[in-house]
Design a protein around this ligand. Structure first.
Ligand code: C2G
Length: 447
């Protein structure tokens, strides 16, 4: 009996997939199909898959050509499967020509001609609404944002607003957008949603006006510098059925999401300490060093680092205190200690002091180590006293990593979903409250 194996996502199963499966089956007597798991697809950069793994497995079975379905969940699994299932032929579409030649060592590799004129990408684009997005601000992060939107379905960046007309024009010209620099309301009238990437102190006002104009908002960090303002904006968004999401990029990236689920499922026991750190040396002149523009290490780095602590330990802390080294009115270094009834946490942040930017989550059974730069998580390790039980996890952190928050934002709009478990409103408000407390300079010890 000749055994054949093939693999794929099979999203929105179409004629091209069916032709491929039929021809693969004709190559032998028994056909095994490896359907990718949702997390494996996310890890290999397929962010826009519409059907979940169960739906995709059912669709593949319903073709009638398949004798057995397995799930593909890790890189390198094909070699294991071919040996485990005693495979004679590995078949795959010709779009992969040459890519799987290394499997010739284990079985015969056959590339079957791809069906022209149809693809899941095409079907997804046809079936999804496209939302017009305007960008507020044209600084560094906005430049990184536009290319990242290209890999997410359903988003069309059409305009930019920046009161500095030269900056707006240069940005608009680079990306083929319409530029606005005076009339924010006019800019808002041409979009469904905005991405607020303006200087820190303007986030609240731009977000408020966008929500009042009925637009969904993805707002850069720090979302607001006050818990009260954050709560007011979330309440408004909720009352008016609008999406409001804090662009805390790491919160939405696959590896960090996996860390939180591993911790919550108890792999390191009870969490007793979380340490997060981030530093970026900044040279004058720079917005980060300007006290009038809410500069400083705390406003710059606390949002992501507090996000990790609040996600892992919650918002019911009992005490917070701050230690800062101040130069020219801004903190070039800040350490925050946060006490919980049964745990401790700290963040160490620098713009004029270099720190090791890692994340360490310590528990009663083991700890999770995420090396610097932890906020671009693509690798982490779960470690135990008995080192033979250690486990390493590898992910890809694609591009600038903004695609994950963009995908979450667009999917919330498209699916009429107003809350996001990856970063809840109450968690985002708790982050703003700690930043507000710091900016009031309560409990800050100056070094
Ligand atoms: N296919 C095809 N014709 C099309 C579209 C797809 O023959 N018009 C084939 C692909 O070449 C592949 C299979 O259908 O062999 C599944 O395609 P996808 O769902 O796009 O999955 P893919 O990303 O190609 O998965 O481990 C996963 C595999 O390496 C490939």
């Amino acid at each position: 009996m000749k055994r054949v194996i093939t693999y794929g996502t099979y999203d929105l199963l179409h004629e091209g997939h069916i032709n491929l499966l039929r021809r693969a089956k004709e190559l032998g007597d028994y056909l095994i199909v490896g359907v990718t798991s949702d997390s494996f697809d996310k890890g290999r950069g397929k962010l826009n898959v519409c059907n979940n793994v169960l739906e995709r497995v059912e669709a593949v079975k319903a073709t009638g050509y398949v004798d057995e379905v397995i799930i593909e969940d890790y890189l390198g699994q094909k070699i294991d499967d071919i040996q485990k299932y005693d495979i004679d032929i590995f078949a795959i579409g010709s779009d992969w020509e040459g890519h799987f030649d290394y499997l010739n060592e284990y079985c015969k590799v056959v590339y079957l001609p791809r069906t022209q004129g149809i693809s899941s990408t095409m079907l997804r684009a046809e079936s999804q609404d496209v939302f017009k997005v305007g960008i507020v601000g044209s600084g560094r992060i906005a430049y990184r944002f536009v290319p990242e939107t290209k890999v997410v379905n359903g988003v069309d960046v059409n305009s930019v607003f920046d009161p500095n007309n030269l900056n707006a024009d240069v940005f608009a010209c680079k990306f083929g957008l319409k530029a606005y620099n005076e009339n924010y309301q006019q800019f808002l009238s041409g979009v469904d949603a905005v991405y607020v990437a303006s200087p820190h102190l303007s986030h609240y006002q731009y977000t408020k006006e966008a929500l009042e104009a009925g637009k969904h908002v993805l707002c850069e960090i720090p979302f607001t510098l006050s818990g009260t303002q954050a709560k007011e904006l979330y309440d408004y968004a909720e009352a008016h059925n609008l999406v409001l999401l804090e662009a805390s990029k790491t919160a939405y990236c696959p590896a960090f999401c996996h860390i939180t689920t591993l911790v919550k499922s108890g792999v390191i026991g009870e969490v007793v300490d979380v340490k997060a750190s981030e530093s970026k040396m900044v040279e004058s002149p720079a917005r980060e060093l300007d006290s009038k523009q809410a500069g400083g290490a705390m406003n710059e780095h606390a949002p992501l680092n507090l996000m990790a602590i609040i996600k892992l330990l919650g918002k019911e802390y009992s005490k917070v205190d701050f230690y800062s080294k101040i130069e020219n009115g801004v903190d070039v270094y800040t350490k925050v200690n946060i006490c919980y009834p049964h745990a401790t946490a700290s963040i160490t942040l620098g713009i004029g002091v270099k720190t090791e930017g890692n994340l360490i989550i310590s528990g009663t059974k083991g700890y999770i180590y995420v090396p610097a730069p932890w906020w671009l998580t693509d690798f982490f390790e779960v470690r135990y006293e008995d080192q033979t039980k250690n486990k390493k996890y590898f992910y890809s952190y694609d591009g600038e990593g903004l695609r994950y928050e963009i995908q979450e934002f667009i999917s919330m709009i498209a699916n009429n979903r107003r809350s996001c478990y990856k970063l809840r409103r109450r968690e985002s408000i708790a982050i703003a409250e700690i930043i507000e407390k710091y900016n009031k300079k309560e409990d800050v010890t100056i070094l």
